[in-house]
Structure formats: structure tokens, C-alpha cells
Design a protein around this ligand. Structure first.
Ligand code: ZN
Length: 290
């Protein structure tokens, strides 16, 4: 089986903030349009996914988040402000996650028990992040991605889901994003690698006992080209970079769904909880699993 996830954030909100626009937090039409496409596709495929919802996006689009939940998808947390964990202190990280829980729960009516860090940014520099997540009663995390694009990542990590014990003694499940010798969970790799290689690698990971997790964003399914307004050349460039190979994500997901069962995280976590307990991996203060 593969785990299917959507990092639910508004591309324009994030890009307009990066470009310094004063109205970056304004609600636009794109996210609703993208969400419609994603929900229709998932219904079509007959699959449910886990949506890691960004708190500030839930605040701006509570009705859209509510609709995602109403369609039977699992609601998890992607933090509040999309700040990298390694750019925060333990206290500010905790405040960000707590704020996201409030925003997401108020929109969707459910309290998330799963978390994914922005840009997979729980690294060797921030092992304390798991103390915070454990303390906030999260049951699972999916912030580990063995990709060379994640600087100073915790590595090596098991490919299969594992019980992770933080320094404080708190435990949760870690469900890593799909990676073998190459990362195959989503993002740029997903768009440029040959489809046959993707399938072969995912199949091999499953044979090894992994539950490879895939991640996508609503903007990757937008039928219209992305454009960051008001950013001049920088804004145009940000859009252009994201418009390469438009349409390939949905087409590949259809193909993958025909070949593999796709499940939300909650289903996998319930199965894991029934297995005889393996010894948890302890994350040391130096950010290494032992
Ligand atoms: Zn994100």
C-alpha cells in the first residue's frame, strides 16, 4: 500500500508573502479551484487521502477545509505559518503548532493527530520538535524524507514506519515519505523521473515492508497556469518554475492508483498499533536515531 497525502496550502498566499506584497493574505480563487480538481480526482479514483492543512490557510479558507473533511478525507496539521522548524525555537515551534491545531480544528471540526513540517524541516538541528509533538499528543509524524534536497536531514532512517521515541520519552509513529536510493514521494522528482522507474521503486519499497508516503499540493493540480501577481520578474519566474510539466502529476497519480492501493495515514497507523511492539528508535539530542 501507498499512503496518499496533500500538503494543503495556498500557493499564492505563500508566494505573495515571500514577494512582500501587503495583501499577501487576501483570499483568492485559485485554492478553491484546485481543491475542486483534487477532490473530484480522489472521488474518481475512489480513494481517501490525508490532508496536512496549513493553519493560516485554514483561517483564510475555513469552508474549503470543512468541505475536504466532509468528503471523508483525514485532516492533519502542516503547522500554522509555514516557517521552517529549524528557523524556530522550541517555544515558537510549539506556539506555531498549537495555533495550527486551533485553526484547523475550528475549520474542520476535528483535532489533528498527524503532523508534517513545512519542507520536511525537522532535521538533526531540531530533535526537540518530537518532544513538542509528543507533548501535544500527536500520534504520528511524516516529516522525514531521505532526499538530498533536505539539508542536514536525519539520516539514515528506516524506510518502513517506525516508533520514534523523543528525548522526553514521548513516542509517536514516524511514517517516512517514499525514498529509496532516490526520493520518489513527490515534488520535482515525481515530475521528472520516468514513470516506470517510479513504479518499480515504489514496488520495491513495499516489498521491503515500507508504507511509502506520497505528497502533493493543490497547486500541482491547477488546470490554470500559476502566476504570482505583482512580483515582477521574480513572480513570473516563481510561477514558471511551477508550471513545468503541468498535468503530469494528476496523470501519474491515476496510473499509480491503478497499480497500488492508496490509503490515508490514519488507516496505516491503526494497523501499526495492532502489531507486536518493535523496539522504538530513540532520537538522540544530536539528531541521530539509535
Ligand atoms: Zn508546505
Amino acid at each position: 500500500m501507498l499512503l496518499l497525502s496533500i500538503d494543503f496550502e495556498d500557493w499564492h498566499q505563500l508566494v505573495h508573502r515571500r514577494l512582500g506584497r501587503s495583501d499577501w493574505d487576501r483570499r483568492g480563487a485559485a485554492l478553491e479551484r484546485q481543491t475542486d480538481v483534487v477532490l473530484t480526482l480522489l472521488d474518481d479514483l475512489g480513494v481517501k487521502a490525508t490532508f496536512f492543512v496549513l493553519g493560516m490557510t485554514a483561517d483564510r479558507y475555513p469552508d474549503v477545509v470543512r468541505e475536504v473533511a466532509a468528503r471523508g478525507h483525514e485532516i492533519a496539521s502542516h503547522g500554522y505559518a509555514h516557517e521552517r522548524v529549524h528557523s524556530q525555537t522550541p517555544d515558537s515551534f510549539r506556539a506555531d503548532v498549537e495555533r495550527s491545531l486551533e485553526a484547523v480544528e475550528s475549520a474542520a471540526g476535528v483535532r489533528p493527530v498527524g503532523y508534517r513540517a513545512p519542507a520536511f524541516s525537522i532535521t538533526r538541528d531540531t530533535p526537540w520538535a518530537y518532544d513538542v509533538l509528543g507533548d501535544l499528543r500527536f500520534e504520528y509524524d511524516s516529516s522525514q524524507y531521505d532526499s538530498p534536497r533536505v539539508p542536514n536531514r536525519i539520516s539514515p532512517i528506516p524506510r518502513a514506519p517506525y516508533r520514534l521515541r523523543a528525548e522526553s520519552g514521548a513516542e509517536l509513529w514516524e511514517l517516512p515519505v517514499a525514498a529509496a536510493s532516490i526520493p520518489v514521494g513527490g515534488g520535482a522528482y515525481w515530475r521528472v523521473l520516468p514513470a516506470a522507474l517510479l513504479s518499480r521503486t515504489l514496488r520495491r519499497l513495499i516489498a521491503e515492508g515500507a508504507a511509502p508516503a506520497l505528497y502533493f499540493h493543490p497547486y500541482e493540480f491547477d488546470p490554470e497556469p500559476l502566476r504570482a501577481d505583482g512580483g515582477g520578474a521574480a513572480g513570473t519566474l516563481l510561477g514558471v518554475r511551477r508550471n513545468v510539466a503541468r498535468g503530469i502529476v494528476a496523470a501519474r497519480l491515476r496510473k499509480i492508483a491503478a497499480d497500488f492501493p492508496l490509503l490515508p495515514y490514519g488507516t496505516a497507523v491503526r494497523d501499526l498499533a495492532k502489531r507486536p511492539g518493535a523496539r522504538p528508535k530513540t532520537l538522540s539530542g544530536a539528531g541521530l536515531l539509535v
